[in-house]
Design a protein around this ligand. Structure first.
Ligand code: SF4
Length: 434
């Protein structure tokens, strides 16, 4: 056993055993990276514990819940790839995509491959690979067979604790997460990629304003805001749910589909309350991030004082707007009840906010599909190329393929063409749930 330095109250400890029947290595409270970075090799964030057997590497959060796994067998697709279990209890396979344009397409070096239908244009079906399917299904069986004797007490206790976090228990915990806010996060903002989608979801509102015909993530709820009491209750319950692992979080997502349409006082008070309650000032992870969705109406209605106040909060804030198209015939085709003029006004204001406030980035979504008229792409070009005369470092444009489960070479080709002409950082929007 090796004793390592103690930080943040978590003592790093490691233990190895090697005998004929079982090779085992345990590292408790590893200190991963404390700042989200974009690099082309696997980085693990936060404080976590690692268990390595002859065949597998498993990682667990501070609540003893599995969060990453990979196989060491030769049949594993790639040594730098792994699976991650999300807070909503989905397994996601992180692939390098063979480094074939994943970073250019997504702004990240790793491509999340999901187990449910989405609008991804890249990647394959890794969960159909035996080795990946096997580890996602049977990880608990593997750790259930581990010995918990013949080692110092802290290690045997830790093994017992990870064994107790069974798939059934983790599934129930995910269910509890959805119950706290009253629904599952069916779509995360694309900007959540900056924190590897490790967000705390807090609903200050429900529903959205437009109920666009094309949208696959909407619900039937008319837009409404939550009461302060309801928000406080969610904060308390989320804190209990995250428990010891709270220290690994530094990002808040204000839900649901148009949090920006809530009253500005409610937004600002909630941000401050969440910052205090989730103890973001003492998070292991550096910097704090805030994500929310907005709509053309809520964004145009938001005043300068609101953005000024937001800019002074201890967060890097990302607000994602679904503009979809700057072409009236396409807006009508999509069933988005907006005019081209409103979209143009919103885009103009986006530039002002992005140029004025260093801690705020407004990002915009536009749709892509082979079936859309040329006028959609021509109008898009006037916004993302002709409206500015130089390359902009912020104000990401996300292009979102309309169809789910339908990767198309043509749409991917169109994306790269648009990206090469855009004067804004331009990426694909991969729709993911939490
Ligand atoms: S695109 Fe946005 S506003 Fe339109 S239905 Fe979907 S969630 Fe609602």
């Amino acid at each position: 056993m090796q004793l390592l330095p103690k930080k943040n109250g978590y003592k790093m400890q490691s233990f190895q055993t090697r005998n004929l029947s079982q090779e085992l290595s345990i590292e408790l409270n590893c200190y991963g990276a404390n700042e989200y970075t974009k690099v082309s090799f696997p980085v693990k964030y936060g404080i976590f514990s690692r268990l390595e057997t002859c065949d597998y590497i498993f990682e667990f959060n501070l609540n003893h819940e599995i969060r990453h796994a990979k196989s060491k067998k030769r049949t594993w697709l790639h040594p730098s790839e792994w699976i991650k279990r999300t807070m909503g209890d989905d397994w996601v396979y992180y692939s390098t995509g063979g480094y074939s344009g994943v970073f250019e397409a997504l702004g990240e070096y790793y491509l999340p491959n999901l187990t449910y239908p989405t609008n991804s244009l890249l990647g394959g079906k890794p969960f159909e690979e035996t080795e990946i399917d096997d580890i996602a299904r049977n990880w608990h069986e593997v750790i259930s067979q581990l010995p918990d004797t013949g080692m110092p007490v802290e290690f045997s206790q830790w093994i017992q604790s990870i064994q107790q976090q069974s798939p059934e228990k983790l599934q129930k915990k995910a269910q509890k997460l959805f119950e706290i806010s009253g629904s599952r996060v069916t779509v995360m903002p694309p900007d959540a990629r900056h924190v590897d989608y490790n967000i705390i979801p807090l609903n200050i509102s429900d529903g959205c304003l437009y109920k666009c015909r094309f949208c696959k993530v909407k619900n039937k709820k008319n837009f409404s805001t939550r009461s302060e009491q309801n928000i406080q209750q969610q904060i308390i319950q989320l804190k209990q749910l995250l428990n010891k692992d709270l220290i690994n979080f530094n990002a808040l997502f204000l839900g649901e589909h148009d949090a920006l349409n809530a009253h500005c006082d409610l937004i600002l008070t909630t941000i401050q309350d969440a910052f205090d309650a989730f103890e973001f000032q003492s998070s292991y992870m550096k910097k704090n991030f805030l994500f929310m969705f907005g709509s053309v109406d809520s964004f145009l209605n938001a005043g300068k004082i609101f953005f000024k106040t937001l800019n002074h909060l201890p967060f890097q804030t990302f607000i994602n707007l679904g503009l979809e198209s700057y072409d009236q015939s396409t807006l009508d085709l999509l069933g988005k009840p907006l005019t081209q003029k409103q979209v143009g006004q919103a885009f103009e204001k986006v530039q002002i906010i992005n140029d004025t406030f260093s801690n705020i980035e407004i990002t915009c979504n536009f749709v892509m599909d082979e079936s859309l008229p040329d006028s959609h792409y021509e109008a898009l070009m006037t916004l993302i190329r002709e409206s500015v005369n130089r390359t902009k470092p912020k104000g990401c444009i996300y292009l979102s393929p309309l169809k789910f489960g339908c990767p198309s070479r043509q749409v991917l080709y169109d994306f790269y063409k648009l990206k090469s002409q855009s004067r804004f950082p331009t990426f694909l929007y991969l729709i993911q749930r939490l």
